[in-house]
Design a protein around this ligand. Sequence first.
Ligand code: ADP
Ligand code: MG
Length: 254
Amino acid sequence: MSEVMVEVRGVHKSFGPLEVLRGVDLQVRTGEVTVVLGPSGSGKSTLLRTINHLEKVNRGWISIDGELIGYRRSGNRLYELKERDVLRQRTHIGFVFQDFNLFPHLTVAENLIEAPVAALRRPRKEALASAARLLERVGLADKAGAYPRQLSGGQQQRVAIARALALEPKVLLFDEPTSALDPELVGEVLDVIKDLARTGTTMIVVTHEIGFAREVADTVVFMDGGVVVEQGPPAAVLDAPRHERTRAFLSKVL
Ligand code: ADP
Ligand code: MG
C-alpha cells in the first residue's frame, strides 16, 4: 500500500456553466482521517463524488492507492477506463450517504452481502459470516434479519457503514453521515466512525460536527467556492484559522 491513499490534483468540475470545483488539490495519507468542512454549495459532495468517479472531472486527476480513478495514463495523456474497470475501482471505495440508501426490500444481512456476492463473487456463506462480524462491530449483531424500516435512523446508518466495510475498501467516504439524524442518534454513528479511525481506516468525512473534527481528524480541510481555502491539523484550522472565510464559517457553526 502506498503512503498516500488518495491524491486529488487540480480537479475542475462544471455542471453546464456552473464551475463547482475550481482546482482542488488534496492528499490523504493511508490510515488518516480527513474532515472536510465548508458552507452548503461549496462543492463538498461533488468532490466526494468525483473521488468515487460518480462524476467525471473536466480537468485534473484523482488516484487511489497509486491507481488513477476513471483514467489511465499514457505518456502525458489520460485515457478513460471502460465502465467495467470503473466498477472494479469503485469496489475499493466505500461511500456512506446522508440518507443511508439501504435497499428497503432486503434485510440487514442481505444488504451487507449484496455487493460482496454480486460484485466480488464471494460465496454467500462466507459473505454472511463476514456480515455477522461487521454487524457485531457496529453494535447490531441482533438485527441481521430486520428490514431497514424497522430500524432507527442511527441504526440504519450503522448498517450502511457496515455495508460499506463489507467490500474491505481502501478508503471510506462519508457525506454528512449524521445530518439526517435526530440529535440523540448522532453520537452512536460518530462513535462507530471514531472506532474505525482508531483501527487505522482511511477516511474522508464531510460533516458539520466540529467536535468530531477536533477529536478524530488528522487533517481538517475547509472548502469554499469550489477550492480548498485552508487545511491543516484541527488545532490550526479550527482554533487559529488563517483565512477570513474560514473564520467567518466557523463563527457560524461553533
Ligand atoms: P455541498 O455538498 O458543499 O453543499 P455540492 O457539491 O452538493 O455542494 O454542490 C455544489 C454546487 O454544485 C451547488 O451549487 C449545486 O447546486 C451544484 N450541483 C451539484 N450537483 C449538480 C448536478 N448534478 N447538476 C447541476 N448542478 C449541480
Ligand atoms: Mg453536500
